[in-house]
Write a protein of this length. Structure first.
Length: 315
């Protein structure tokens, strides 16, 4: 059976989204055939008085414990590198990606999750203060030990990805086989530099798509694919970085395709991502069963060739 190309983002589980609702969303996702669950050791430090993360992993650990056998049905991804050193210190002062940090963070994540291995372990963001050789060796050590399956890089510049792959080859250890960046149907203006978007290394660009197309072992994951509800909700305005004529044209085409298929714009966006070449797995963070059903419907939707071409060529 083909794996459904969608991942459930668990960022707010255990903090903004309560346990009962989180469990219900997780159950519905798995029952519908969902496989990937994506979290991080720092989720959600900004939503709790302590200013520290761990709530999402702890909730997932309780869910695994309450659902015998469910661990064998899912693939779990978590991250290291962005946990604040003290409340309020993000983003200037975070744990980073030294061997000592990776060793301790992995042990803590496994303990909170109540599992013995992580299927995909992400470097949450690049750490320019730690030698890449040290980070590569630390990830490789745990891959060899079997405590992590695959290694992924989130929010990395492509040249740093390639440098890490070269170092991994030289060291004879496992290298990265997944990239997680922001991506959606709408495209930002070039050279935007702000908290919400950085075109230099925070976005899947044409170069990244070409890279993944020519290196099929590199799997692409996209966060914030639905623009925080911006495709559907008037109370969720699309960010200023996307304010340009191309957005207007793309939204017009998106609405036309959605109307022709009798689905929502969000479903079309998910289908466009998951069914493209190369495939991009959208990570969707959902707070209600209705939103989750919409995302799952999009993952099952196959866009007719003529409509995909229409979407691709709108600029």
């Amino acid at each position: 059976m083909t794996e459904m190309k969608i991942a459930l983002g668990a960022m707010e589980f255990g903090s903004r989204i309560d346990e009962k609702t989180s469990f219900a969303l997780l159950d519905a996702y798995v029952d519908a055939g969902g496989v990937w669950i994506d979290t991080a050791n720092c989720y959600s430090f900004w939503q709790v008085p302590s200013g520290r993360g761990g709530q999402s992993e702890e909730l997932l650990g309780r869910w695994f414990a309450a659902r015998p056998g469910v661990r064998d049905r899912v693939k779990l991804a978590t991250k290291v590198g962005c946990e604040p050193l003290w409340p309020g210190s993000f983003p200037e002062h975070t744990e980073g990606l030294s061997e000592k940090v990776i060793d301790a963070a992995l042990e803590a994540s496994l303990r909170r999750l109540g599992i013995d291995h992580i299927d995909l372990y992400w470097a949450h963001r690049d750490d320019l203060t730690t030698p890449l050789e040290e980070t590569v060796a630390a990830f490789g050590k745990h891959a060899k030990a079997g405590t992590i399956g695959r290694i992924g890089l989130s929010n990395y510049a492509l040249w740093r990805v390639e440098r890490m792959r070269g170092l991994a080859l030289a060291q004879g250890v496992e290298g990265p086989t997944a990239l997680q960046l922001r991506y959606s149907y709408l495209q930002p203006r070039p050279f935007v530099r702000n908290n919400a978007h950085d075109h230099r290394f925070g976005w899947i660009t044409d170069e990244v798509l070409d890279y993944a197309d020519r290196n099929p072992e590199q799997e692409l994951f996209a966060y914030s694919p639905l623009m925080s509800g911006g495709y559907e909700r008037e109370d969720r305005p699309i960010q200023e970085a996307f304010d340009h004529p191309g957005t207007t044209r793309r939204l017009e085409v998106l609405s036309k395709v959605a109307a022709e298929l009798g689905v929502t714009r969000s479903e079309v966006v998910i289908a466009w991502l998951a069914g493209g070449s190369p495939t991009v797995t959208p990570i969707v963070g959902m707070s209600t069963p209705t939103y989750l059903r919409t995302a799952l419907a999009g993952a099952h939707l196959t866009l007719p060739t003529n409509l995909r071409t229409l979407l691709d060529e709108a600029w």
